[in-house]
Design a protein around this ligand. Structure first.
Ligand code: DX5
Ligand code: ZN
Length: 219
């Protein structure tokens, strides 16, 4: 069982009026910065687009892990790549030609990932496991930070890794949603490679100390 994992703070619940300071506070403890893009159609919330991704990429050297919760993914991948995304994940249910989107992302020198929501079936991922660098397992319904984790989703990490091994693919699995200090052990025991943490870092009084605390538990 893997016990070490990378940390990707999600800025969704950061104080956007002080976004630069918030990012600087977590930067020393961040392997990636997780940026949630929502279009108000694929999920019932709207966040931001490439402009903010670009603004963030200008103030940090931490690689940007961009999680697209949008329709019309093929139309947008180039903009997010140009904005500075280092990794782009999109939802398997968000577009018809998943394979060509994965190829388009890779052709832009960005690392492609596929995201699965709780209602998606894992067999749908199988044809693409040899093509992506990572799978993002949602442990809440996508759309909002601060929700309770659905612990049964953690079983998916191992299933995905075994399915990937069958096709000789070495992929990382990222868990996103409801991760907090109290359930971090469970998340690590599941074999998670990358842990997204939003409100449990940015809703704490001392954001920097919170990120340091989570990071220490992942190392
Ligand atoms: C939810 C987003 C998550 C969210 C995680 O749709 O994909 O990245 O920001 O936030 P917490 O850690 O608060 O659940
Ligand atoms: Zn996310």
């Amino acid at each position: 069982m893997g016990r070490k994992a990378k940390l990707a703070p999600s800025i969704l619940n950061a104080d956007f009026s002080r976004l630069k300071e918030e990012i600087k506070a977590v930067e020393p403890y961040s392997d990636f910065l997780h940026l949630d893009v929502m279009d108000g159609h694929f999920v019932p919330n709207i966040t931001f687009g490439p402009m903010l991704v670009e603004a963030v990429s200008k103030i940090t050297d931490v690689p940007i892990d961009c999680h697209l919760m949008i329709y019309n993914v093929p139309e947008w991948v180039e903009s997010f790549a140009e904005a500075g995304a280092d990794r782009l994940s999109f939802h398997i249910r968000s577009c018809r030609d998943v394979e060509s989107v994965i190829r388009a992302i890779r052709a832009l020198n960005v690392s492609p990932g596929l995201a699965v929501s709780p209602e998606d079936q894992l067999f749908e991922l199988k044809p693409y496991l040899g093509m992506v660098d990572f799978v993002l397992v949602m442990s809440v319904y996508p759309g909002f930070g601060g929700q309770e984790m659905m612990p049964e989703m953690l079983k998916r990490v191992d299933v995905i890794k075994r399915d990937a091994a069958e096709v000789g693919a070495d992929i990382e699995v990222e868990v996103d949603g409801g991760v907090k200090i109290e359930n971090l052990d469970q998340v690590l025991d599941a074999g998670t490679d990358i842990v997204v943490v939003g409100s449990s870092i940015f809703k704490r009084d001392d954001v920097s100390a919170a990120a340091a605390q989570v990071k220490a538990l992942l190392d």
